[in-house]
Design a binder for this molecule. Structure first.
Ligand SMILES: Nc1nc2c(c(=O)[nH]1)N[C@H]1C(S)=C(S)[C@@H](COP(=O)(O)OP(=O)(O)OC[C@H]3O[C@@H](n4cnc5c(=O)[nH]c(N)nc54)[C@H](O)[C@@H]3O)O[C@H]1N2
Ligand SMILES: Nc1nc2c(c(=O)[nH]1)N[C@H]1C(S)=C(S)[C@@H](COP(=O)(O)OP(=O)(O)OC[C@H]3O[C@@H](n4cnc5c(=O)[nH]c(N)nc54)[C@H](O)[C@@H]3O)O[C@H]1N2
Ligand code: SF4
Ligand SMILES: [Mo]
Length: 682
């Protein structure tokens, strides 16, 4: 920590400029934030923060931040009193529900309040109101992996990087996406751990790997199956675990037996020689092996099964819940805020649950892409109102043109945000939201089994925190009984109660309070949360729903069913350090550093197309075209024939050309990372 000047108060809390939740010191001068730096006593970031963390100041005090509620009128946006706005919104919701039923209302939370209590408050409000239609960014984030891993081992595990001897990263780039994960990985590297990175782009982390596998996108499943084949053929797997704690091993072995190494190499572009080196490296270091699947795996038509194949490795390597492997998470035991058990609403037909029953079973989530069709068609029933908080789907959901059309078609759209986003611009009411520094919430870092209470550092009169907003609206709509707590602090106390830990204790431990010892091998005493209570190489549950029981590999469409009109393949959404989805573009210093969008192009493709860096190109998919400047990268930085565009730029919104109907049949996730396209010089 920098030494504060006299008169400066320093308060500890957690950063939420990304989902990494670093411990930070907030320096206050007369109540105003003048600096932010890393809190040395927090075990997760140990005093370090990234450039986005300090930019929380830019966000909170941004000149374009909206601090007053607004209503759209014939004369455009007009300021409105908060209570008046909530009264009007409640009145309109009541009228819609009376005419078309409670399920005509949808609630949508975004990444900015993802996970834990803020998300659960939105879920709670939904069911308290009587509608099953809870939506979120998780129709395209994290849930593909959550479902994939949960099918195999009953949970999404927590990687124990720091104690690992071998770390395998599948489609993840922590230096940009999760800076502290990088710190833990580098700590393990210093102790001798090996690093294997699997990515079609030579990402920041791939540059530091012992082995880098530049595979073709969407082929991770067959690569994992190739490794599994080698582990089984060479007897390099944990026979005790397999015999005692798993089901379906023989079927998996039979399946990999008929896969040839030639096929694996053809599909992935990774030679058998490299595959063998990697499998040997992993097997020698088992069980202290972390297999981590990132966002790169789930944005595919066969995403869940690719993730399942990767997850199967944990059972073969004996790394499940082993120190230095993938740990089964243990929470602090907070109270559950959702009302899914108290007020089950599946009979009302949650949107998308018929098409993606596994998504609803595992997550009680509705499917956002299906919702756009429902709004526009009124089928299978009218969806007429939506409250969106902390999301900007007009930029971040696939097929943005349809998203905008659908949101415009609603009878009532309410958006809670800090800024007038592309989504907020479509709303009838804009409600200014409290930022993370303006609320107090509980957060668990499960890798250390610590829990933190974040501090409310400042407030603006009309910027409600998430709790106050749902509370006030619920009380206006006759659902107030479900929101009885006077404020966030009371809610936090109620959530904590069963743990026996007090708010005061948490306040006294800004570096996190340890809620329990880290335990390994828990599956020995406690059955896994799968239907068989064992590690499932095959899933009878999936089979019962009409899906393959094995993590079967299906070749991506751009390989199996190539359309010559779209000879290239587009990857989207690779994270950049400064920007967070559609956020942070309004911070002048960030803009100066990285001024605009670009498409990453391999030099040989650039030559073939006659394109140089900085020149605009037109990218066309089946659903539309996008013009964007080229950035010709170094030869080894991307696999030839593949291109990359990061999302979130209004100047060239890549989601104008991403499809909303080429979805993973299990999770419903959209195809965002292997889109067939045509590319022309403009
Ligand atoms: N700065 C910043 N940080 C963020 C975010 C942000 O927008 N900005 N977003 C946050 C969120 S919500 C998320 S979900 C996480 C995501 O964080 P990560 O899971 O680490 O995702 P990315 O950083 O996009 O890295 C994904 C990598 O997968 C590669 N890839 C693409 N397709 C494939 C494939 O088929 N197979 C394999 N093996 N690799 C593939 C891409 O080239 C890319 O390098 O980041 C979080 N952190
Ligand atoms: N093509 C393509 N599209 C993608 C992806 C991809 O890889 N490729 N990745 C997808 C992924 S993984 C994700 S998670 C989604 C994210 O999609 P979204 O959830 O839409 O994320 P953001 O665009 O960051 O929007 C968050 C909004 O919340 C606002 N906000 C910030 N803090 C607060 C707060 O405290 N309270 C409230 N109420 N609002 C706040 C911000 O100003 C911002 O407008 O994008 C997805 N879109
Ligand atoms: S990595 Fe950066 S943005 Fe994310 S929580 Fe830490 S300091 Fe904040
Ligand atoms: Mo995400």
């Amino acid at each position: 920590m920098r030494t504060p000047k006299p008169g400066i108060e320093v308060v500890q809390t957690l950063c939420r400029m990304c989902d990494d939740h670093c411990g930070i010191n907030v320096h206050l001068d007369g109540g105003s934030i003048v600096d932010i730096d890393g809190y040395a006593a927090h075990p997760w970031n140990k005093g370090r923060i990234c450039v986005k963390g300090r930019a929380a100041i830019d966000m909170v005090y941004a000149p374009d931040r909206i601090l007053k509620p607004m209503k759209k009128t014939e004369k455009g946006w007009q300021e409105i009193d908060l209570a008046q706005a909530l009264d009007e919104i409640a009145g309109k919701l009541r009228a819609i529900m009376e005419k078309d039923g409670d399920r005509a209302v949808g609630i949508w939370k975004g990444e900015a309040i993802g996970f834990a209590q803020q998300e659960d408050l939105a879920r709670r409000f939904c069911h308290a109101l009587g509608t099953p239609n809870y939506f979120s960014n998780d129709s395209e984030c994290y849930v593909g992996r959550y479902i994939g891993y949960s099918l195999v081992m009953g949970a999404l595990p927590v990687p124990d990087y720091a104690n690992s001897d071998c770390i395998v990263l599948w489609g993840a780039n922590p230096p940009y996406a999760h800076p502290n994960m990088t710190r833990a990985i580098m700590e393990a590297r210093q102790k001798g751990a090996k690093l294997i990175v699997i990515d079609p782009r030579l990402s920041a982390i791939a540059r530091r790997a012992d082995y880098y596998l530049p595979l073709k996108p969407g082929t991770d499943g067959v690569l994992a199956l190739g490794i599994i084949k080698l582990l089984i053929e060479n007897n390099w797997y944990d026979k005790d675990f397999v015999e005692q704690f798993s089901i379906g091993f023989e079927k998996l072995a039979r399946y990999t037996r008929q896969l040839t190494f030639e096929f694996v190499a053809d599909e992935t572009g990774i030679s058998r020689e490299l595959l063998e080196k990697v499998a040997t490296m992993i097997a020698r270091r088992a069980p202290r092996v972390v297999n981590y699947a990132g966002n790169g795996l789930e944005h595919h038509e066969n995403g869940v099964n690719n993730v399942r194949a990767v997850a199967c490795l944990d059972g073969l390597l004996g790394s499940l819940d082993h120190q230095g492997g993938n740990l089964l998470p243990e929470g602090a035991g907070l109270r559950n805020l959702t009302l899914y058990d108290e007020i089950p609403l599946q009979h009302l037909g949650p949107i998308g649950a018929d098409k993606y029953p596994v998504l609803y079973d595992f997550r009680q989530e509705c499917h956002t892409m299906t919702a756009m069709d429902t709004i526009l068609s009124g089928e299978p029933y009218p969806l007429r109102a939506m409250i969106i908080t902390a999301a900007n789907p007009a930029m971040t959901n696939p097929n943005s043109r349809k998203v905008v059309k659908a949101l415009e078609h609603l009878d009532l759209l309410v958006v809670r945000d800090l800024f007038m986003t592309e989504t907020a611009a479509l709303a009838d009411y804009f409600l200014p939201a409290a930022s993370f520094l303006e609320r107090s919430e509980l957060h668990e870092h499960r890798i250390y089994q610590i829990i933190n209470l974040t501090r409310k550092i400042l407030s603006y009169p009309s910027c409600q925190d998430e709790y106050q907003f749902w509370h006030d609206l619920a009380h206006r709509l006759g659902a107030g009984d479900y929101f009885p707590w006077k404020n966030e602090t009371e809610l936090n106390r109620w959530l904590l109660e069963p743990t026996g830990i007090s708010l005061e204790t948490l306040k006294a431990h800004p570096g996190g309070y340890r809620y329990g010892p880290i335990r390994y091998g828990k599956w020995r005493e406690k059955p896994l949360a799968t239907p068989s209570q064992k590690f499932e190489f095959v899933s009878a549950y999936l089979k019962g729903k009409g899906y393959p029981e094995l993590p079967e590999y299906r070749s991506p469409a751009y390989l199996a069913d190539r359309d010559e009109k779209y000879p290239y393949t587009l990857i989207t959404g690779a994270r950049k350090l400064l920007y967070y989805h559609s956020r942070n573009r309004n911070f002048p210093r960030f803009r100066k550093a990285v001024p605009g969008p670009e498409i990453e192009i391999h030099p040989s493709d650039a030559e073939e197309l006659g394109i140089a860096s900085g020149e605009p190109v037109r990218v066309t998919s089946k659903i539309g075209s996008l013009d964007i400047p080229a950035s010709v990268v170094e030869t080894s930085e991307i696999v030839p024939g593949f291109f990359q565009i990061t999302h979130g730029w209004k100047e060239a919104n890549v989601n104008l050309i991403t499809p909303d109907a080429a979805n993973d049949p299990i999770s419903g996730f959209p195809l965002l990372k292997a889109i067939p396209v045509r590319i022309e010089k403009l």
